[in-house]
Ligand binder design. Structure first.
Ligand code: TRP
Length: 333
């Protein structure tokens, strides 16, 4: 039996270089390992926990599927699907709500951060981690590749699963583990290197989007906040340069020492040019593939992948949901 992997991304726009280096690129590596079977979905149900414009949402959902494939996720090797196409996600989330404590959801850092920014905090935002637990538990996932910021959501998923299992004294749910790749340092904002690079940053210079053309990448990297030392040295006291070194290291596969050596005696201007060039070289093939997938004649291809993916996922999800309903005491059809 292969180890089961599941992960998802919210359709809130074009992914950033940070999403690519921190998530998608690792997924592409995982898919090539024989012992894993992977499912990657578009977390559209999660995305409505903050308000969305319908037209944008529609475009963004498809766009994420194309970004997955353009980044190298092979639809032949993996199951790619849209979360809302498998209604079992919402259904299991409702059931799991009854095995989740208000107190534990109140402790979620992401909820605390996001609810600060809203006037009327919605129940969906509060319940976000329970839906995420459903996403994972439906498929008996062994590992969930996520960023460091999702670690807490994985912890609560494990707690909910264990609580459910012990309530019915039966191993209904597999207890999943977070797969957080240590080798990829966190990619930070170019404008505030103490904050994570985020596609929802109001300052567009803070992030590089997967689809930014070379000139834009050059401009953004050139404007990246650094310090006045003009020395390429990896240090916590120099978060801007540290971030650029991390990015350069991730896109070139060179290690920190090699990079410090390569740019010894070189000023920030030259270094930034090299970083921008390396980023653009990495993103170019992804952009070419994306543009091809976005052609109207490829629409059906994308739709077929989603349809097939949802079928595969639903078969599994349906069985698991039934098991859960029976454990609880519902009469199943
Ligand atoms: N919350 C995740 C994020 O924002 C997205 C997500 C939703 C997810 N459901 C998931 C990731 C299940 C992994 C598994 O990054």
């Amino acid at each position: 039996m292969k180890k089961q992997i599941i992960s998802g991304v919210q359709p809130s726009g074009i992914l950033t270089l940070g999403n690519y280096l921190g998530a998608l690129r690792n997924w592409v590596k995982i898919q090539d390992e024989e012992e894993y079977e992977c499912k990657f979905f578009v977390a559209d149900l999660h995305s409505i926990t903050v308000s969305q414009n319908p037209e944008n949402l529609r475009n963004n959902i498809k766009s994420i599927v194309m970004q997955y494939i353009a980044s190298g996720i092979d639809p032949e090797k993996n199951t790619i699907f849209i979360q809302s196409h498998v209604h079992e996600h919402s259904e299991l989330a409702w059931l799991l709500n009854n095995y989740t404590y208000i107190g534990e959801l109140n402790r979620m850092t992401q909820f605390k951060d996001k609810s600060k920014k809203q006037e009327n905090v919605k129940v969906g935002l509060f319940d976000y981690p329970v839906l995420m637990a459903a996403d994972i538990l439906l498929y008996d996932a062994d590992y969930v590749p996520v960023g460091e910021d999702q670690r807490q959501h994985l912890e609560i998923t494990r707690d909910i699963a264990q609580r459910f299992n012990s309530t019915y004294n039966k191993e209904i749910f597999k207890i999943p583990e977070a797969l957080i790749t240590k080798s990829t340092a966190r990619i930070m904002s170019l404008q505030d290197p103490t904050k994570k690079m985020s596609k929802s940053d109001e300052n567009k210079d803070g992030f590089i989007s997967l689809l930014d053309p070379r000139e834009v990448i050059e401009k953004k990297v050139k404007r990246a906040v650094t310090d006045s030392e003009n020395v390429i040295k990896y240090s916590d006291e120099k978060p801007g340069i540290k971030n650029l070194i991390n990015i350069y290291s991730a896109v070139t596969d060179k290690n920190i020492e090699e990079i410090e050596k390569e740019f010894e005696g070189v000023g920030y201007g030259k270094f930034k040019q090299a970083v921008a060039g390396a980023i653009a070289d990495t993103l170019e093939p992804i952009q070419a593939k994306y543009n091809e997938l976005a052609l109207p004649e490829n629409n059906e291809y994308i739709e077929n992948i989603c349809r097939k993916g949802a079928e595969v996922a639903q078969k599994i999800a349906k069985e698991k949901l039934k098991e859960v309903q029976e454990a609880i005491g519902f009469i199943t059809k």
